[in-house]
Design a protein around this ligand. Structure first.
Ligand code: S3P
Length: 205
């Protein structure tokens, strides 16, 4: 069973949504940054501080290659991972890449007090975020098999009501588990077959 890999900007909800999908589909959830931290024995901030961003990106790439070799996971990637072609190539074609498309204004307010993301620990945080967001947005889009529009808090109502999305994934027990925004956001239904209700690319999972 292939993996579902969530990508998108810092603070877009990859971990929260990923855990939700994992719980509903019976897959195991894996956070890429935690995986890197565990291997390195230090936090992402410490890696940046001690070795610099370039070294972190190499560790991140190793993680992508290793995780793409596994099966049946829901993976929350780091916000920068899918901006590198070599990382997209590690997953593309084999796994389902889902971009959580959340507006910059929402991300800014979610991250305004963040102390854990090394790229944002600077006085001109707002400008850096906008530049990164604008340059990364088309790259996430191009990398993704499925784009999910998100607006509200991912824990409560994950996805924007006016922008229906849906996708479907096989569960470990052989049933299919669908996620759809047009039936009371973030709801899921279980069917024995991929249902027509869901988009084509997802039912090819
Ligand atoms: C980064 C995002 C972070 C983490 C690192 C770099 C980025 O992950 O990998 O701080 O370049 O956007 P989250 O997206 O989980 O915050």
């Amino acid at each position: 069973m292939n993996n579902i890999v969530l990508c998108g900007f810092m603070g877009c909800g990859k971990s929260t949504v990923g855990k939700n999908i994992a719980r509903k589909s019976g897959r195991k959830f894996l956070d890429m940054d935690s995986y890197i931290e565990e291997k390195a024995g230090m936090t992402v901030s410490e890696i940046f501080e001690k070795y610099g961003e370039e070294k972190f990106r190499d560790m991140e790439h190793d993680a992508c290659v290793e995780l793409a070799g596994l099966e049946g996971l829901v993976i929350a990637s780091g916000g920068g991972a899918f901006t590198f072609k070599r990382n997209v190539e590690a997953f593309k074609g084999k796994d389902k890449i889902v971009f959580l498309d959340v507006p910059l204004g929402i991300i800014k307010s979610r991250l305004k007090n963040d102390k854990t993301r090394p790229l944002l620990q600077r006085p001109d945080r707002d400008r850096v975020m906008k530049d990164l967001y604008d340059s990364r947005y088309p790259i996430y889009h191009a990398a993704a098999d499925i784009v999910v529009k998100g607006k509200n808090t991912p824990l409560k109502s994950d996805f924007q009501k006016n922008q229906p999305f849906s996708f479907e994934t096989p569960r470990t027990d052989g049933l299919f588990c669908g996620f759809s925004s047009d039936r009371h956001s973030s709801s899921s239904i279980h069917t024995k077959q991929p249902s027509r209700h869901f988009c084509k690319s997802a039912s090819q999972t």
